[in-house]
Design a binder for this molecule. Structure first.
Ligand code: GDP
Ligand code: MG
Length: 205
């Protein structure tokens, strides 16, 4: 049998971005349209088989509500991996994700593998062609999302549901040396890929 290691993974992000839904898709290959919010934190495990080893994820799915934020350190302390999730239709959730990444870099284990995950990608089916305006940085690593909708001439005819451009989020993740994926817990798009990419980044022990 292949060597197996356990990896503690924590999910962080604003309420309702789809953290629990991503876990449910990964662990049960299932999705619920109107999931009841997580209270406190939920714990689940799931194995991934790589070519040379098996990784058993011990997943801590935290509640996004502010009143639970002070408990987060309990969950990311000793975590080897973190999924920092935002909703691509909600800029405030991307700002919140950037704060979580900063907090992890300051307070979590220095070797933690971080994945920045833009969820609800299924809602962006009417994406316009990519625009060229650059993300705005405040010089402190926090990147603001341009809100003018880029240069789309069709702006008024068809409202875009996507609010966080892929390249803004990808550039941010690159800067932070984090993995980056857009996912859909609803369709399953890229969900297994995120966990596999994380598993591949966990050093062999
Ligand atoms: P959490 O608070 O971050 O754990 O978010 P939940 O997993 O509870 O999801 C919040 C809401 O978003 C629920 O109504 C989900 O059905 C919905 N949701 C989650 N993921 C997706 C997705 O990928 N696409 C769409 N369209 N809805 C999603
Ligand atoms: Mg939840």
């Amino acid at each position: 049998p292949k060597p197996s290691s356990s990896v503690k993974l924590v999910l962080l992000g604003e309420a309702a971005v789809g953290k629990s839904s991503l876990v449910m898709r990964f662990v049960n290959n299932d999705f619920q349209e109107n999931k009841e919010p997580t209270i406190g934190a939920a714990f689940l495990t799931q194995k991934i088989s790589l070519s040379t080893r098996t990784i058993k994820f011990e997943i801590w799915d935290t509640a996004g509500q502010e009143r639970f934020a002070s408990l987060a350190p309990m969950y990311y302390r000793n975590a080897q991996a973190a999924l920092v999730v935002y909703d691509i239709t909600k800029p405030s959730s991307f700002t919140k994700a950037q704060h979580w990444v900063s907090e992890l870099q300051r307070q979590a284990s220095p070797n933690i593998v971080i994945a920045v995950v833009g969820n609800k990608a299924d809602l962006a089916s009417n994406d316009p062609p990519p625009s060229t305006s650059a993300p705005i940085s405040d010089g402190d690593g926090i990147v603001a999302v341009p809100t003018d909708g880029g240069e789309g001439e069709l702006e008024d005819e068809e409202e875009t549901i996507r609010k966080v451009p892929v390249r803004t989020a990808k550039a941010y993740a690159d800067e932070e040396k984090a993995l980056f994926f857009e996912t859909s817990a609803k369709t399953g798009h890229n969900v297994a890929e995120v966990f596999t990419a994380i598993a591949n980044q966990i050093p062999e022990t």
